[in-house]
Structures are given as structure tokens and as C-alpha cells.
Design a protein around this ligand. Structure first.
Ligand SMILES: [Zn+2]
Length: 194
């Protein structure tokens, strides 16, 4: 923990060095994309994409779970997504799953989350509406990711912008061990190298 505190204390010095004394003020936030990913510490969106401050609007949840859309149901995930899609007008929405995801394991194994009933309920509840096909040869995180993409398409403001061609939806799958990234091809349902 101490190394985190030390870095935060000196961070302003790095920013001052990078920006210089006569830099113009930072523009309003105009991120390139909203990046939805798992809270897993091994998944670092800025490292993965090489993005700079201002590039990514991030939404991170355990298991990169998106709750199903329900009229009148308030969730932090829906509010964050709505802000990015409607107010910021991001042109791209990326959902990034990953290998060896503890949350996905918890969803598929009843015992894994016995000590965390809230987490277990959340993961099960957000998927009860739709069965997820489990293919024995592939990481279950992949079909889990496809389920999140399906749910996102049902948010009305996402659906509207997908229909009028102003928003692109991407499904990525990150291998935490090799660093490889795969993308979901919606026409074939396959995962292919990004
Ligand atoms: Zn995860």
C-alpha cells in the first residue's frame, strides 16, 4: 500500500513535468470510447489500449456484468452507460472480458462464492433472464461476454444509436497470461484475433 501512496503523492510532479508551465487548459472530456471491463486487477484498460488520460470512459464491475435493462430500475451501470452514450456521445462501446475470471467462475460454481452472497446473487440474478451456452472447449468467460453484449443491445439508447450507425459495439476477450486480445465476430459468433 505504501508504494501506492508514495506514487500518488508525487504524481503531480510527473504531470507538471509532462504538461509544462504554459500548457493550455485541459479540454472538456471527449473520450474515444466507453470501456466496460472486469474489476480484476490484472485487467488494466489503459495499458491494454495504450490510451492517454481523456481517451477512455471506464465502467468496471465484478465480471464485467451489465444488468438487464428494466424500465424504472436504477443501477450504477445503467447510469454510467447512459452518460457515456447519451451525454458524451462516445462513438464506440467496448466490453472486455478476460480469461480466468473469478466472477465468472463464481457464477458457474455454486461453492466459489459461498462467503459472498451479495456477489453471488448479483451474478446469478443478472443472468437468470437468459441461459448461457457453455462450450466445454472454451473459457466460459467468452459466452459470458456474449451475454453482456446481448443485454447492452436492449438498452434503448444503445439500440437507437446502433440502429442509426453512430455507435459501434465491440466484444473483446483478453488473455491475462499472454496479453492476447480476441474480438467477437457477431456475424459468425466466433472469436478471432483483434
Ligand atoms: Zn474478472
Amino acid at each position: 500500500m505504501q508504494s501506492l501512496i508514495d506514487h500518488a503523492r508525487s504524481f503531480h510532479q510527473q504531470v507538471a513535468t509532462r504538461r509544462g508551465p504554459f500548457s493550455p487548459p485541459l479540454p472538456d472530456s471527449r473520450p474515444q470510447a466507453i470501456f466496460v471491463s472486469c474489476s480484476d486487477a490484472r485487467v488494466v484498460p489503459t495499458l491494454l489500449t495504450g490510451s492517454a488520460p481523456g481517451d477512455l470512459f471506464e465502467l468496471r464491475t465484478a465480471g464485467n456484468v451489465i444488468p438487464p435493462h428494466r424500465v424504472g430500475r436504477l443501477t450504477a451501470e445503467a447510469a454510467t452507460l447512459e452518460y457515456a452514450v447519451v451525454v458524451l456521445g462516445v462513438p464506440d462501446l467496448i466490453v472486455c472480458g478476460h480469461t480466468r475470471c473469478g466472477a465468472v467462475r463464481g457464477r458457474t460454481s455454486g461453492r466459489a462464492l459461498r462467503q459472498a452472497p451479495t456477489t453471488r446473487f448479483w451474478l446469478l440474478h443478472t443472468h437468470r433472464w437468459r441461459g448461457i451456452p457453455e462450450r466445454t472447449q472454451e473459457d466460459p468467460g467468452r459466452s459470458h461476454l456474449v451475454a453482456q453484449l446481448d443485454k447492452l443491445r436492449r438498452y434503448p439508447w444503445v439500440a437507437r444509436r446502433l440502429a442509426n450507425g453512430t455507435l459501434r459495439l465491440h466484444g473483446w476477450f483478453f488473455d491475462v497470461e499472454t496479453g492476447a486480445v480476441w474480438r467477437h465476430a457477431p456475424d459468425t459468433g466466433a472469436f478471432v484475433p483483434l
